[in-house]
Design a protein around this ligand. Sequence first.
Ligand code: ATP
Length: 140
Amino acid sequence: MSSIKLDIVTAEGVVFSEDVDVVVAPGVEGQLGILPHHTPLMTMLQPGELRVRKGGEEFFLAISGGFLEVRPDRVIVLADAAERVEEIDVARAEEAKRRAQERLSQRPPDLDLARAEAGLRRALARLEVVQRRRKRKPGT
Ligand code: ATP
């Protein structure tokens, strides 16, 4: 079976770099599924889940928006931030969500609305990936 090289890169470094079978990314116009031999394209990403399948394995990451390019032999994701589901700090994301919601409801005069909304979307994307994908321990 053919595969395609996926590189997910942030300002901090390479988060993921492997040959994979399928990439499903949160494009600004909706979910984008990419298989090997996909037509070249470029698109913006929105905060959400990026899912990767490789053989029998699946990987789940939270992406905070960015940019995706499909080339004939590879997919390149330049992400504002990206965390694998197992790396997401839930308490930190809950706190970021709470802070953003508080600002948005209190509307202080110096509120940067776009920034508060973007922070909320990043936090919600992280929490949703954890909720959907993190394996629970038996009995919890
Ligand atoms: P916070 O307000 O908690 O910093 P943020 O959404 O403003 O959240 P970002 O600017 O998107 O944070 O990310 C900064 C760095 O921190 C990135 O490397 C990102 O991967 C990491 N990061 C942010 N939130 C989390 C989290 N909940 N769990 C793990 N890593 C996180």
